[in-house]
Design a protein around this ligand. Structure first.
Ligand SMILES: *Cc1c(COP(=O)(O)O)cnc(C)c1O
Length: 457
């Protein structure tokens, strides 16, 4: 490892020397950079030989030093001290949003908090706990692993997996007392058989497809489907649900049709003498907009995180975004007029600016497609992001011309920068970013949660 580091140092210092020679003499054309490069390669090869000769046995101890790893484990630094870019989650906002939902839907209707995809990037365990403290009684996840993660954190509330799981995972479903969704007869029978063999009766919800055409038993077959399996000792129907395709759009014929089909299927199920258990249909948009979709329970994802499913809900409920994305400046410099910044010089300095670098990039969810098209907030002022967004770094411009209205801003390494969030009445929203990118806030929240550490407030 040492060998490699020395070579890198040698290489860059040699480059610096040659380049400074270039600027001093002002004769760049005399220097053949490609020859230089080949010379560098030869040097690297010459120096790298001892490293290449290193055996696996030599390398192993330094690569896997378990004692050192154990010590590292113990250093529990909060996210902003490990890396100067992080996601902040405001648990009070999650509480506020669930209370706003409760106020909107009224009493007597259960709330299922949807915490799939690591709670839309907000952190499943913490969000689930906060949701259960704020009036939610049920949790919803997308797969077995997400359910197990909550159980292993000691969460005991009922957890619905919103889809069927692979049949191989049924033992886990039963062991962790997760409630699977049933959409096919094959899965129903496999679940019933295994539960029965274990002396259990497996709780499940039936998903009815009322027009989304994604998953679910066709609405006209639902009652027959249930009648076929209702005899089964190993199966315990605890709920029936559907999902709307267009609840976030302006009043549509399709939405009403889905609701009508769901009601018809429910009538048929009850007519056969089958108790459907908990009936639910509404996601955030439907729950906020349509009382007739509430039934026994609403499934709330996006709104709990303080985001609006569409313009249609903005005036109906007061939501507070729980996620903000923050960073600290890692480098700041003035760049002379005309000089390019970042990959491919997609921006050139207009002069009288500072260029500040923050350690967040498209690898963290800050889409490269936003390059030169977004602002960040620095000391209460919007500053344009400039240059191509890199995988791990992003640059922005701080105007150094001062006026009476905008006195010159000083910038130092370590100063905080807001990438998403609100400060002093100005908002940098996932909604705006999503609109720029032709996607939805859901996707952006998920992506910011994938790599950045989270700081809980
Ligand atoms: C994700 C999901 C929800 C939550 O939707 P939001 O729009 O985030 O409230 C509800 N129901 C199902 C079946 C889902 O997959």
């Amino acid at each position: 490892m040492d060998g490699i580091r020395i070579i890198e140092g040698g290489l860059s210092s040699k480059r610096d020397k040659d380049l400074s020679h270039e600027t001093q003499n002002g004769k760049a054309q005399d220097l053949n950079l490609f020859d230089l490069y080949e010379q560098d390669i030869k040097e690297i090869q010459a120096q790298a030989e001892p490293t290449q000769a290193m055996t696996d046995a030599d390398a192993a101890p330094s690569m896997i030093d378990t004692e050192a790893n154990a010590q590292l484990e113990e250093i529990k630094l909060p996210a902003p001290h490990r890396r100067w870019a992080w996601v902040e989650i405001d648990r009070e906002a999650i509480r506020h949003n669930l209370l706003a939902i409760r106020k909107r839907i009224g009493p007597g209707i259960k709330i299922m908090a949807i915490v799939k995809a690591d709670a839309y990037g907000h952190g499943a365990i913490e969000v689930a706990r906060q949701a259960l403290l704020s009036g939610a009684e049920f949790l919803g996840v997308a797969n077995v692993d997400e359910g197990i993660e909550l159980r292993q954190a000691g969460i005991e509330a009922p957890i619905l997996i919103l889809t069927e799981t692979p049949q191989q995972s049924i033992p886990l479903v039963l062991r962790y007392k997760l409630i699977p969704t049933i959409t096919t007869m094959e899965y129903a029978l496999a679940l019933g058989e295994q539960a029965d063999a274990a002396g259990q009766s497996a709780a499940y919800h039936l998903k009815i497809d009322t027009g989304m055409n994604r998953i679910g038993v066709h609405y006209s077959d639902a009652a027959d489907f249930l009648r076929t399996i209702s005899f089964h000792r190993g199966l315990d129907l605890q709920g029936v649900f559907t999902h709307f395709s267009t609840a976030d759009e302006s009043d549509s014929y399709e939405f009403k049709l889905q609701l009508e089909r769901f009601n018809r299927a429910l009538d048929e199920i009850r007519y056969m003498g089958i108790n459907p258990g908990l009936v639910h249909a509404a996601n955030s948009a439907a729950a906020i907009r349509y009382k007739q979709t509430h039934f026994d329970m609403v499934r709330i994802g996006l709104a709990m995180y303080g985001l609006h499913p569409s313009r249609m809900t903005r005036d109906l409920i007061d939501l507070r975004p729980a996620m903000s994305v923050r960073a600290r400046i890692t480098y700041v410099k003035s760049v002379p007029v005309g000089e390019g910044v970042g990959y491919n010089y997609t921006y050139r300095s207009p002069g009288s600016v500072l260029i500040a670098t923050i350690p967040i990039g498209y690898g963290d969810g800050l889409s490269r497609a936003l390059s030169n098209r977004m602002d960040v907030m620095f000391k209460g002022r919007l500053c344009p992001q400039v240059g191509t967004i890199c995988m791990d770094m992003t640059m922005f411009e701080i105007d150094q011309r001062s006026s009476q209205l905008n006195p010159r801003l000083a910038a130092d390494v370590g100063d905080e920068v807001l990438v998403v969030g609100r400060e002093g009445g100005i908002e940098l929203t996932l909604d705006n970013m999503a609109e720029q990118l032709g996607t939805i806030n859901y996707e952006l929240a998920c992506r910011f949660g994938l790599r950045l550490q989270r700081l809980l407030k």
